[in-house]
Ligand binder design. Structure first.
Ligand code: 13P
Ligand code: SF4
Length: 307
């Protein structure tokens, strides 16, 4: 493995490439990654890097977002299979039908959506900035897509904004049930439960803290608790355990794993660099419109959080 890591690092230098990795990746990917973080942090890095090439160890919409923010760079996704099931739950036709039912109501898309869908939305959010960004819009009513649970969580937090949601969801986070929270609490009564807002409302209502990947990691870092129950993807637990070995992190239930995030191996990353595959391209017109929606979000999300 060390030899492979070395080869990747040499190729990265030769090709002036950066590797962006989402926190849900296989943890060995961090060995070669230049930036590891959540969707917001990685899109901020994609927007400001001066590398010639971006290797995105994440899911398809993330690489697509990176390409739109850095159109002159070559953006590569090491495995094309890595799509986001939630992002694929709404296409342009479904978005148009949804918007047509609520004329004049601004449409807010989760970053977990395709470039086509973003191109016809007014604002983009990630789970770490959704509250701030929606609040900044000053709207009384918004449409939110594709994740109904994140949308409804935003509505509950921002008393006074009506959030009409599209019925999309994350199959990985929906595997977590309220009974899992109850049984984990029975085993670790002193451990706070930290949950991602993509979880079902019946789960987030029982949690001690609800937040994005970064939010959960920061909470765990700052808290004086010794043990934590984590209700999100396993990659977060793996990184927390590596970074804070004096604390204990319990994945709320076995196999809370996003299979599409786990495609990329170090070998795939090496092949991506050497063969410059698989290149992500986005139609120029779609990109031009989608970037407006992403840029509005990035503007509201400054300054860049440090992970
Ligand atoms: P973050 O915005 O927390 O990185 O989450 C992205 C995601 O896909 C969660 O399932
Ligand atoms: Fe998409 Fe869910 Fe996987 Fe996140 S965890 S990338 S929302 S399928």
């Amino acid at each position: 493995m060390n030899e492979l890591i070395e080869k990747i690092n040499i190729l990265k230098k030769e090709k002036n490439a950066v590797i962006l990795a989402h926190c849900y990746q296989n943890i060995e990917v961090d060995e070669v990654a230049d930036f590891v973080g959540d969707s917001l942090y990685l899109s901020q890095q994609a927007a400001k890097t001066d590398a010639d090439m971006i290797i995105f160890a994440g899911v398809y919409f993330m690489a697509q977002t990176a390409k739109m923010l850095s159109p002159d760079k070559k953006v590569l996704l090491p495995r094309m299979e890595s799509g986001c099931l939630m992002a694929d739950m709404i296409n342009l036709q479904q978005l148009r039908e949804f918007k047509a039912k609520y004329p004049g109501v601004p449409a807010v898309c989760y970053i977990n959506s395709t470039a086509e869908v973003k191109s016809e939305c007014d604002m983009c959010v990630t789970s770490s900035n959704a509250l701030r960004v929606v609040k900044s819009m000053g709207a009384e009513k918004i449409l939110f897509l594709p994740d109904t649970y994140l949308g409804k969580w935003v509505e509950r937090q921002l008393n006074g904004v009506e959030v009409i949601t599209f019925p999309g969801f994350c199959p990985t986070h929906l595997r977590i049930k309220p009974e899992d929270v109850m049984s984990a609490r029975a085993m670790y009564p002193d451990a706070p439960v930290l949950a991602h807002p993509e979880c079902h409302q019946s789960v987030t209502e029982l949690a001690d803290y609800v937040g994005s990947t970064t939010g959960i990691m920061e909470y765990a870092q700052k808290s004086h608790a010794k043990t934590f129950i984590i209700a999100t993807e396993k990659g977060v637990v793996d990184r927390l355990q590596r970074d804070f070995p004096e604390k204990q992190f319990i994945l709320i239930k076995d196999n809370i794993i996003c299979p599409n995030m786990k495609w990329h191996t170090l070998t795939d990353i090496y092949n991506a660099l050497i063969y410059e595959r698989y290149e992500i391209t986005v139609d120029e017109e779609i990109s031009r419109k989608a970037v407006k929606c992403i840029d509005r979000m990035l503007e509201v999300s400054k300054p860049c959080p440090v992970m």
